[in-house]
Design a protein around this ligand. Structure first.
Ligand SMILES: *Cc1c(COP(=O)(O)O)cnc(C)c1O
Length: 377
């Protein structure tokens, strides 16, 4: 079945007790055991909950994996996945990884002696050069944040296979509608479902999908032990959000393409970063592993005055952190996602004072372009 149909007709999308087209919210922590010698499928909701099951099966089907897992946030999902490793293990990780993941690796897992090396993952030789005897995983985000750099997932998998390391891909920016890392050979996919999967800026959540039973068992052990599970109401919001993922993301992507084109032709704009834009160095690789550029792009004004004016006067858009909502969200990385990184290091990454990230929403494109035009002096 194709992804658009799966979003609507996955296993469990119709409740098999009542026939309800909306998944019931099982707001229960514990379950009566009818036979003390043979427990039922559910005993306690940290270990399993019927509403969460529907969501977990759905994301597993969408990503083409063995098993799905729902967590209380994207960071809970990512930290739970990193918890399958042990002291003395080493992880190769992309240098422009999400800020929370950067903090998890450098400030939390380092205390448990899990080592890491940051690399520019758009350069495969750098990935290969960072592999050590104890490397157990390559952790990627493609396209990355906020400069939309692209990593060749298939080639990274080849490098990982040589040393039996796992490949973990944060697929938040693309969603399974546009990119399916497991089909390209990756072992684990993680999502901040707060973004496109939830889609309405109303729920913090994370999802994980694993490739095979061995990895599933390791992740399940952490999910059940650490217990950062997603509650049934929030699971329901994601199940509902996923039903419209296709119409939302395809429409937002269309508008993103139009805005990117419009901005690229402006004199006052220095550069536009979008993975399917002509001239983007990762364009060919990106289009070989994903179905489109997505709904997030970044751009740089030529001067700081125009940048500040834009952030003050942009209309029909929120100025905020986060992305993937129905509303256009304009972010300012130097004051938001990258505020904690020293200026010099930040600028080396290309995150300058004139950089703006845009997550395009579902407003009429004519209004968006008009709003952008009015916010540029
Ligand atoms: C937001 C985000 C996260 C963290 O997810 P939360 O739901 O905020 O915990 C991880 N990775 C990427 C790419 C993100 O955009």
């Amino acid at each position: 079945m194709r992804t658009g149909t799966l979003l609507i007709h996955s296993e469990g999308s119709i409740d098999n007790v009542t026939g309800a087209l909306s998944t019931p919210i099982y707001q229960a922590s514990t379950y009566h055991q009818f036979d003390i010698d043979n427990f039922g499928k559910y005993d306690y909701s940290r270990s399993g909950n019927p509403t969460r099951d529907v969501l977990e099966n759905l994301i597993a089907e969408l990503e083409g994996g063995d098993r799905g897992f729902a967590f209380a946030s994207g960071m809970a999902a990512i930290c739970s996945v990193l918890s399958i490793f042990s002291a003395g293990d080493h992880i190769v990780i992309c240098g422009d990884v999400y800020g929370g993941t950067y903090r998890a690796v450098t400030k939390l897992f380092s205390r448990f002696a899990i080592e890491h090396t940051f690399v520019d993952a758009s350069n495969l030789q750098e990935i290969e050069g960072a592999i050590k005897e104890n490397t157990k995983a390559i952790y990627l985000e493609t396209p990355s944040n906020p400069l939309l750099k692209v990593t060749d997932i298939r080639e990274a998998v080849k490098i990982a296979k040589k040393s039996a390391a796992l490949v973990i891909v944060d697929n938040t920016f693309m969603s399974p509608l546009l990119q399916k890392p497991l089909e390209l050979g990756a072992d684990i996919v993680v999502h901040s479902a707060t973004k496109f999967i939830g889609g309405h800026s109303d729920v913090i959540s994370g999802l994980v999908v694993t490739k095979d039973k061995e990895i599933s068992d390791r992740v399940y052990q952490v999910q059940n032990t650490f217990g950062a599970v997603l509650g049934p109401q929030d699971c329901w919001l994601l199940i509902r959000g996923l039903k419209t993922l296709k119409v939302r993301l395809i429409e937002a992507q269309k508008s993103a393409e139009a805005l990117v084109k419009w901005l690229s032709q402006r004199e006052d704009v220095e550069k536009v970063y979008y993975p399917s834009l002509e001239g983007h160095p990762g364009r060919e690789v990106h289009l070989s592993q994903a179905k489109g550029g997505g709904a997030v792009f970044s751009f740089k004004f030529k001067d700081i005055g125009k940048t500040k004016y834009f952030l003050k006067y942009i209309n029909n858009a929120a100025v905020a952190v986060s992305l993937g909502g129905v509303e256009t969200i304009v972010s300012y990385p130097v004051k938001m996602s990258h505020a904690a990184i020293p200026r010099e290091e930040r600028e080396k990454l290309g995150v300058t004072d004139t950089l703006i990230r845009v997550s395009v929403g579902l407003e009429d494109i004519e209004d968006l372009i008009e709003s952008f035009e009015k916010a540029i002096i």
